[in-house]
Design a protein around this ligand. Structure first.
Ligand SMILES: *Cc1c(COP(=O)(O)O)cnc(C)c1O
Length: 409
């Protein structure tokens, strides 16, 4: 069976992890701090806080901005549950909007329609690694008539004076937009380093701070270190310094810190990410697109345009003119040929929890259509050319089998 996305694991990573295990320091310490510095240099934003997961990073920043009951947060209907669940945790209301027909990303037009005087945050998701329309989104929240709708309730909201953009870049580290990298494209961006993501630390995430004046990103970073560690004024490393034992708790903070074991994996991966990981993934994308482009039934994903380059996280193939049941049948046939595939994602209004809250998928026709016809193909570092061919053949055979059944009817 060809797996869907096993993590890349090699001697270099193992060596770095063992080095940490033997160092006498395994939780947040020098390697996490170095990883933060390297991420900042890599993406070009102002400051990085490493955290225990992408979800933790998103929630931490919603809390930092003071999002709570009575507030609304706009996000795409087409995303993983983490993006919406963290809004629920804060007591606020997720306002789902539909996506573009072309690329699976949140529609800026739909965002504008959804903004009310309760909107505090917009969370664009760079789905499959393809950057959202950040120029348009950044400009939208700065429009006079949109600013007039914004009612700040906290110190931070007052200081920003407009809706915050909190980008969910769980898929898109290394993606480019007008020559800039994700992390530096908007106010705050959160990466995920979960085991299936492009760059993994098993579990982990990073908050990329890029807030405009008059915010001091270094100061916010210092505060977030405390907020993500129980509100404790000194972290474990500072406390082991001779005589430096006394600390205070300034708020009921969270436990969201990254460990040096996690950071050691990330340090190795980041140094070779552009030249090695992204090149490998791009080649797989190109092979898939070349193979499927000759078929009328194939709708290929967009992963490179004049101003956008994907991080090639997942290859989202769509089959034209089929329904959800036929797609499911194709997936079953592909599995029977020894290939693991997936669907990214089942839109959130289709999930029991969100359905029970009253969301209805019929209000998101593009999400529903994209979902019904989508099949995600394996993309990972160790995927061989031979297996790429095997996957391609399995997909072609399975699609044609189902399509011929349809035409017989
Ligand atoms: C993986 C993922 C997250 C959450 O990341 P974790 O590190 O697993 O918490 C958030 N949003 C999207 C779109 C994801 O795919």
């Amino acid at each position: 069976m060809i797996p869907f996305s096993p993590p890349r694991m090699d001697q270099k990573i193992i060596k770095e992890v063992i080095d940490t295990l033997k160092s006498g320091w395994i939780t947040t310490g020098p390697k996490t701090k170095l990883f933060e510095k390297n991420i900042t240099e890599y993406a070009g934003h102002k400051k990085t806080l490493c955290v225990s997961s992408g979800s933790a990073g998103l929630e931490l920043m919603l809390r930092w901005f003071g999002v709570c009951e009575g507030d609304e947060v706009i996000l795409p209907a087409y995303t993983y549950s983490a993006t919406a669940n963290v809004v629920i945790h804060c007591g606020a209301k997720p306002v789902f909007v539909d996506i573009n027909k072309n690329d699976f990303n949140i529609s800026v037009k739909e965002i504008e329609k959804a903004i009310t005087n309760k909107t505090k945050v917009i969370m664009p998701v760079d789905l499959a690694g393809f950057p959202c329309d950040y120029n348009e989104i950044n400009a939208l929240v700065r429009k006079d008539k949109i600013i007039k709708k914004f009612h700040p309730k906290t110190k931070e909201q007052e200081k920003l004076g407009r809706i915050l953009i909190l980008a969910d870049a769980a898929h898109s580290i290394g993606a480019e937009y007008y020559g800039g990298k994700t992390g530096a494209l908007t106010d705050i961006t959160v990466f995920s380093f979960h085991a299936v993501k492009n760059l993994t630390t098993a579990e982990g995430g990073a908050v990329c701070l890029n807030l405009p004046e008059p915010f001091d990103n270094q100061k916010i970073y210092n505060y977030l270190n405390i907020k993500s560690l129980h509100g404790q004024t000194k972290d474990a490393l500072a406390k082991v310094e001779v005589g430096n034992w006394r600390y205070d708790i300034i708020e009921a903070g969270y436990k969201y810190n990254m460990t040096d074991i996690q950071a050691s994996m990330g340090l190795v991966e980041l140094t070779r990410y552009d030249e090695d990981m992204l090149v490998k993934r791009k080649n797989i994308f190109d092979d898939y697109s070349a193979a499927f482009s000759i078929f009328n039934w194939a709708q290929l994903p967009v992963y490179k345009t004049e101003n956008k380059i994907s991080s090639y996280h997942v290859y989202l193939l769509r089959i034209k003119n089929i329904n959800e049941r036929q797609r499911d049948k194709i997936i079953q046939l592909i599995f029977e040929k020894g290939v693991s595939v997936n669907v990214h994602f089942i839109p959130l209004p289709m999930m029991t929890y969100y359905k029970n809250l009253g969301y209805d998928i019929n209000n998101y026709p593009v999400s529903l259509d994209n979902y019904s016809r989508e099949i995600s193909l394996p993309v990972y570092y160790d995927l061989t050319k031979k297996n790429v061919k095997k996957i391609i053949n399995a997909v072609i055979k399975s699609v044609e089998e189902v399509l011929s059944q349809i035409s017989e009817k």
